[in-house]
Design a protein around this ligand. Structure first.
Ligand code: ATP
Length: 454
């Protein structure tokens, strides 16, 4: 549907391919090892993507560690192999894998509709399929020079075990009393059978996980509190809340040790899918590590003089998946028809400014030396406080569009009047409204706008 001349219609993101293309064109995400033809389901974050990913991590980290009774850790990827025995990953972290003998496709039996409903291959529709067999998702490697069974070590498939094995270290050094929490951001690895949908499911990814240790009996209250805390995080950073929902795990989805679990699902272009998990993991993890390590991981509650193994409420979100959700949510096409009925499309990434890779672009109106010199000075002034891009190429209209497409909230143009009045024009990404602002007040103007207008 198109609107009459002059009015603007807004189109949301229709498919992931549009985002993959924008990401490559503008430097958000590239295929890994592209010059060698790429490596399946591995991606590299480019100049803008790495800056944006850093912002995603920073807002999550601050949201977690600035709460009372919270601390952070940064645990090693390689852990003692017994950790994965205790956690159940060696014996149970597997997905059912099916091979199609006709077209050689490999797929997961438990999330492939054609298999679940009709026992058919999702690629060729054939029925010449192997029986499902359990495939362990952990990547194995060897520690040290000898590659024998005794040197097997795993790349961690989640960061959470680093929290559990450091539970006592953190409690003692922070002197926190229960309830308290530990947050961590780090790489995890899973040898997924069917990775895909761009950065949604990959074999190497980054997780942002938080474990909150509570007194048994208070766990249900904390589970609900953490659901609310996480919900308000998404609201604060400008997500369209109609694209988010909670999905409680039914009895068949619930892990054997979990008392309750709910996914935060996001409406990605391929449909509702898990973005984050909020789990009540009971006392399973610390009990297991007590058993396998022989160390007593009980907590002594001074107030009640009781000893107990704390329950754990976990929130776990993939950084790459959240990055993707923010991109999908922010993408819009503003379509206007000209007199000839031709579409003019303004692509905008309406990212929250805390997430945008660039906060301000400095654009001299012409390539004349006086304007460029001043523009460069202005870039340095703004770079004291913000990520800035300086661009003097192409028409001003084109340069505005470039910045809209990468989500820059403010563009500053330097014109000939600037030489006399020491003021610049600030153009706002979302409204395209323009303000004249004194150079001396510019940093404060941007800082205040980022805080108050989004
Ligand atoms: P899924 O059902 O999608 O396989 P999961 O339930 O196994 O995910 P968790 O183990 O709870 O996921 O991991 C927590 C979060 O880590 C997920 O909500 C997701 O955001 C992220 N995550 C998990 N696996 C991957 C992956 N292969 N690629 C990217 N992110 C992932």
């Amino acid at each position: 549907m198109t609107a009459p001349n002059g009015t603007v219609t807004v189109r949301r993101l229709k498919d992931l391919a549009t985002l993959v293309s924008l990401s490559k064109r503008r430097g958000f995400v590239f295929q890994s090892s592209e010059v060698y033809g790429g490596l399946n389901s591995c991606w590299d974050y480019g100049p803008l993507g790495s800056a944006m990913k850093y912002n995603v991590k920073r807002i999550w980290w601050n949201a977690m560690t600035r709460r009372p009774n919270m601390c952070g850790i940064d645990a090693a990827i390689l852990m003692h192999p017994m950790v994965w025995k205790a956690s159940g990953h060696v014996d149970g972290f597997s997905d059912p894998l099916v091979d199609c003998k006709d077209c050689k496709t490999r797929f997961r039996a438990d999330n492939t509709d054609s298999y679940i409903n009709k026992k058919q291959c999702p690629t060729c529709g054939g029925k010449n399929l192997s029986e499902p067999r359990q495939f362990n998702l952990m990547f194995k490697t060897h520690m040290g020079p000898v590659e024998d069974q005794g040197s097997v070590i795993y790349l961690r498939p989640e960061t959470a075990q680093g929290h559990y094995v450091n539970f006592q270290n953190c409690q003692v050094t922070t002197r926190y009393k229960i309830p308290f929490g530990i947050a961590a951001i780090g790489k995890s690895f899973r040898n997924e059978i069917t990775p895909g949908n761009f950065i949604f499911r990959t074999r190497e990814f980054e997780q942002m996980e938080m474990q909150f240790f509570v007194k048994p009996g208070t766990d249900e209250k904390w589970f609900n509190d953490w659901k609310e805390i996480r919900w308000s995080f998404y609201k604060k950073y400008g997500m369209n809340m109609a694209n988010l929902r909670f999905h409680p795990h039914g009895p068949t989805e619930l892990a054997h040790y979990a008392k309750a679990a709910e996914d935060v699902q996001y409406l990605f272009p391929m449909g509702w899918s898990e973005l984050e998990g909020v789990h009540n993991r009971s006392d399973f993890d610390l009990t297991q590590h007590s058993k396998f390590s022989g160390k007593n991981l009980e907590y002594f509650d001074e107030a009640s003089k009781e000893k107990y193994i704390p329950y754990v409420i976990e929130t776990a979100v993939g950084c790459d998946r959240l990055f993707l959700a923010f991109m999908c949510d922010a993408y819009r096409e503003e379509v206007t028809l000209d007199e000839k009925g031709q579409e003019d499309v303004r692509v905008v990434l309406g990212l929250h400014p805390e997430i945008s890779p660039v906060k301000v672009a400095v654009l001299p109106l012409s390539k004349k030396d006086e304007l460029c010199n001043l523009g460069e000075k202005l870039r340095d002034q703004l770079a004291e406080d913000f990520e800035v891009q300086y661009d003097e190429s192409a028409s001003i209209g084109k340069r505005y569009r470039r910045q809209d497409e990468i989500g820059t909230p403010y563009c500053v143009t330097v014109d000939f009047d600037t030489l006399n009045d020491q003021a610049v024009t600030v153009r706002h990404r979302d409204t395209m409204k323009q303000d004249r602002v004194a150079i001396s007040a510019l940093n404060e103007y941007v800082r205040k706008g980022m805080k108050e207008s989004f």
